[in-house]
Design a protein around this ligand. Structure first.
Ligand code: CP3
Length: 343
């Protein structure tokens, strides 16, 4: 029998209490993360040094015994491996040199993509060796649209205006960029699975800013391409899709992309989540600020999700990443509450 609860649920089984992990579970809310981060120097040094990356991946597992560990890295190592410059500015976030349409055909030509990412693959294989047998290891990549938004704007923006405009003005260049990213991201996930990842998640954090036609062309189609390519090599590995903010466009996303499970943000009503669960596992979707608030707000949020979704295949998670200001004791409270309930 499969001893990893996460994989049982992704396979469609109902397991209660549900398996549990948190997006961004290795991060600044943990004092032990901040200590390693300090030692590493820059955020990218942390991502590319397997000693550090393994250590910070394991920290939340030691503390909370989550059912899954997620590889510590960042979605932006993919454009970095394609030769785009990347740095993280303290307190502000990522900075890249904005890409121009004319540069897209030559993207990645002179760079050895997999050699650049070799430390990530080493991190995955060391993690698989060090993790307890029952803890699943999740690999990940950014979805092409979300990665492209940072490549085009050179930074985070509130509504991805620069990338939407780029796509409308230069549709061929946008299609070429997304297609290139889909190919290399599929290769990247395949290597992570080769190295020992049990499941993978595709983060489309900016899916929610698009109209219906652009969502289809820029989110659904490139993710479907990744899924097709990964399945050719690894047909049995579950793939979680997380099109954050997709709203009513969540309906049909699983079927059209081929992902195994749906990651839901907290704006998805639980009644809609219940309907989505008919097609397979769902993951989510506690508001990360309920976790920051703690107390009654937290307990109520946990109970509502368990009541609505606990009778079907559910992976308990937040609706987006944990924030750096979150009190560690609230995470403890959430874990205890999810695991205390009896089905
Ligand atoms: O979930 C995990 O614990 C695994 C590690 C992980 C990180 N980033 C570490 C990180 C994962 C899965 C990501 C994904 C990621 N990175 C996404 C998609 C998910 C999401 O949150 O929407 C995006 C959009 C990025 C790009 C990115 N990386 C931004 C915009 C920022 C700056 C914002 C911030 O929180 O500081 C990062 C930096 C980053 N990635 C940090 C961590 C722990 C904080 C950097 C630090 O420690 O100094």
């Amino acid at each position: 029998m499969q001893d990893k609860k996460l994989l049982r649920v992704l396979g469609g089984e109902t397991v209660f209490p549900p398996p549990l992990w948190m997006m961004r579970q290795a991060g600044r809310y943990l004092p032990e993360y901040r200590a390693v981060r300090e030692k590493a120097g820059s955020f990218l040094d942390l991502c590319y040094n397997p000693d550090f990356a393994v250590e910070v991946t394991l920290q939340p597992i030691r503390r909370f015994n989550f059912d899954a560990a997620i590889l510590f890295s960042d979605i932006l190592v993919v454009p970095h491996a394609l030769g785009r410059d990347l740095r993280f500015v303290e307190g502000e976030g990522p900075r890249l040199t904005p890409i121009e349409a004319a540069e897209i055909p030559r993207l990645g030509e002179v760079n050895n993509f997999h050699a650049h990412l070799a430390p990530v693959y080493e991190t995955v294989s060391r993690l698989r060796a060090e993790l307890p047998q029952e803890t699943a290891l999740i690999g990940f990549c950014g979805a092409p649209w979300t990665v492209a938004t940072y490549m085009i704007a050179g930074r985070g923006t509130p509504d991805q205006g620069p990338s939407r405009l780029f796509g409308y003005r230069e549709p061929k260049a946008m299609a070429a960029l997304l297609s290139k990213l889909a190919k290399v991201s599929a290769d990247y996930l395949i290597r992570q699975i080769d190295a020992g990842a049990d499941a993978v998640q595709i983060f489309d954090s900016w899916a929610g800013v698009l109209d219906e036609a652009s969502f289809e062309a820029w989110c659904v189609e490139p993710v479907a391409e990744i899924v097709r390519r990964v399945r050719e090599k690894h047909p049995a590995t579950p793939i979680i899709g997380f099109p954050r903010g997709a709203g009513s466009l969540y309906a049909g996303y699983r079927e059209r992309t081929g992902v195994t499970a749906l990651g839901l943000d907290w704006s998805v009503p639980l009644s809609q989540a219940r309907a989505l669960q008919v097609g397979g596992a769902v993951q989510g979707n506690l508001d990360p600020l309920r976790l920051v608030a703690g107390g009654r707000a937290l307990d109520e949020g946990v109970d509502l999700i368990l009541d609505a979704l606990g009778n079907g295949p559910l992976v308990f998670n937040l609706g987006h990443g944990i924030t750096p200001d979150c009190p560690v004791e609230n995470v403890d409270r959430m874990v205890k509450r999810v695991r205390a309930v009896q089905g």
